[in-house]
Design a protein. Structure first.
Length: 204
């Protein structure tokens, strides 16, 4: 069997938070994604900025902390120094509307980590992704960032992660998800409609 390659992952606090807290049950999708990362031996990026978010949100979830500890014990946590973070922030601010500046400055470290580490960004923040999709054509490389939402992309994401998370257009920020056909739509297009032969008219 061909060995599966290990890919670097950037796990957003939105995933860590939804692994279950003391007063809220876990989101199964988030747990299954993290368990798959651990099973396949993918790695997790950890910058100073992301560690602050993990400390703030992740420590509220025993499930996430158990995963973090297991990843650390297996030496699968990769510390990152985001050298181009400020440069990326500046580029985002220059092309984005003013009302988005606060959001983009706060979460730019996630994109920087994915870009600098050629990593997959795992996040449930569809609002952020939507804004980044609109800016992708104005910032070089932004559209190539691989983004997976455990809640939205679970059906395909688990198989994709288990196969080594190879590069592909369907998980890129610049990929037009709304115009891309789903599996069901593709199947319908490929299926040929059955033609019923009308009964022949009897001759008089």
């Amino acid at each position: 069997m061909k060995p599966v390659s290990s890919r670097l992952m950037v796990v957003d606090a939105s995933v860590a938070r939804d692994c279950g807290q003391r007063t809220t049950p876990p989101v199964p999708h988030c747990l299954r994604i993290l368990e798959t990362i651990l099973k396949v031996c993918h790695r997790a990026a950890l910058s100073d900025e992301l560690k602050l978010e993990w400390d703030r949100h992740g420590k509220k979830s025993r499930n996430f902390m158990r995963w973090w500890k297991s990843m650390t014990n297996r030496r699968k946590i990769v510390r990152q120094d985001l050298r181009r973070l400020e440069e990326l922030k500046g580029r985002l601010i220059r092309v984005a509307n003013k009302q988005l500046h606060g959001l983009l400055e706060k979460d730019a470290h996630l994109v920087a980590a994915a870009l600098e580490g050629n990593a997959v960004l795992l996040s449930r923040d569809e609002k952020l992704r939507s804004h980044l999709e609109k800016l992708a054509h104005r910032i070089q490389g932004l559209g190539d960032v691989l983004w997976v939402n455990p809640s939205r992309d679970l059906d395909t994401a688990l198989e994709w992660l288990e196969s080594g998370a190879p590069d592909g257009p369907e998980h890129r920020i610049g990929y037009q998800r709304d115009t891309a056909p789903t599996r069901t739509e593709t199947h319908k297009r490929r299926a040929k409609p059955s033609r019923r032969r009308s009964p022949s008219t009897p001759r008089r």
